[in-house]
Design a protein around this ligand. Structure first.
Ligand code: ASP
Length: 351
């Protein structure tokens, strides 16, 4: 068969039939039970439940409903957790790395322009998502890390401050004093309980304005007691955050390494593009992570959670681990008030 005949033969085949079944796109079907609630009017969504959800979504919602800018809305909402010393997983007050130094990761994505910005391993600046926004708006780069990110932040008027609160320092000290052979360094012992006792957190914030434009932020202090310089999924566009103005937004929290190697948020948005509901897309991303780990014989003793918002305002979330008491949650504020939705999970969390 020459090249022309070969190409001719191909035209009779669909793309799906050329791919091994594992890689073929899944069939597009959304059962009614996987449809999520639909937010009305301008909306701010975040990956927390009631306790933080209302505090976080309100300032962004106020901005959106008073003629403000979509990016200001998501930034001001994300800043609420970043600036609050009580939250030990984001911004100021975040759990430090194994040296006792707080290193922050954040990303931002603007739907209408498809622009994005990110910072990673940033020290001494309380609001990393605001620095990520400056990277997006004031440079033609996408990600700055470490000292370079800090110098860039200072140039833009951000103050270097001590981010280690007493609460986080004591948590770190306790961890340090109880160090065992179960740390991050290879070779790891057989069947290591890697993530069970590690403090994780992070927040995803999305906005959908009256024009139907989308934007999103993910911000975190990352994995508690991480190896200095470790960067998680949160500042990696497509992993911890992805926004496509034609389709929707997705964000991840939990064990970032899994989300990076599946490009989880991009995958969720892509599934929504193919017709899946936000819930269903988030569920499929969780299943993908579990499938990869099962194939490698790795026990599923870690969690990842995805939240998503589509262009029509439909919200969804799903996690790998969960329980009746601790299901994955997504919260939003829209013209009907503040809401929390509990999504599904794949595996019952051990008590
Ligand atoms: N995803 C974050 C990271 O891996 C941590 C988390 O969400 O808890 O850095």
């Amino acid at each position: 068969m020459d090249r022309r005949q070969f190409l001719g033969a191909l035209t009779g085949l669909s793309v799906g039939s050329l791919l091994p079944s594992r890689l073929a796109f899944p069939a597009i079907r959304t059962s009614k039970s996987m449809r999520g609630p639909v937010a009305k009017g301008p909306v701010i969504v975040c990956s927390r439940g009631k306790e933080w959800g209302e505090k976080v979504t309100r300032p962004g919602y106020e901005i959106l409903t008073h003629g403000g800018h979509l990016l200001d809305a998501v930034e001001k909402s994300a800043n609420v957790v970043e600036l609050d010393p009580e939250d030990v997983s984001v911004g100021y007050g975040g759990i430090p790395n194994e040296d006792g130094v707080v290193q922050l990761d954040a990303s931002i994505m603007d739907g209408p322009t498809h622009n994005c910005g990110a910072v990673a391993a940033l020290e001494g600046i309380k609001t990393p998502c605001s620095v990520a926004r400056r990277v997006m708006e004031r440079t033609d780069h996408i990600m700055l890390v470490g000292k370079g990110a800090q110098r860039f932040a200072v140039m833009h008027g951000f103050k270097i401050e001590n981010l280690l609160t007493e609460k986080a320092r004591l948590l770190w000290l306790k961890w340090k004093e109880n160090l065992s052979d179960k740390d991050d360094w290879f070779p790891a012992p057989e069947g290591v309980d890697y993530n069970q006792k590690r403090i994780t957190g992070t927040i995803n914030v999305f906005g959908l304005d009256a024009k139907g434009d989308l934007a999103g932020i993910t911000t975190t202090s990352g994995l508690g007691f991480k190896i200095p310089g470790r960067v998680g999924d949160s500042p990696i566009i497509g992993a911890g955050l992805y926004v496509d103005n034609e389709v929707g937004a997705a964000g991840a929290t939990g064990r970032g390494e899994e989300v990076i190697r599946t490009l989880g948020s991009f995958y969720v948005v892509q599934l929504m593009r193919e017709g899946k509901s936000p819930n269903e897309a988030c569920k499929l991303a969780c299943e993908r992570i579990v499938e990869i780990n099962k194939r490698n014989g790795v026990p599923i003793d870690f969690n990842d959670k995805f939240i998503a918002l589509n262009k029509k305002g439909e919200v969804g979330c799903y996690s790998i681990l969960g329980s009746k008491e601790r299901p994955p949650r997504v919260a939003w504020m829209d013209d009907k008030g503040f809401h929390v939705y509990e999504g599904g999970y794949l595996i019952e969390r051990k008590k």
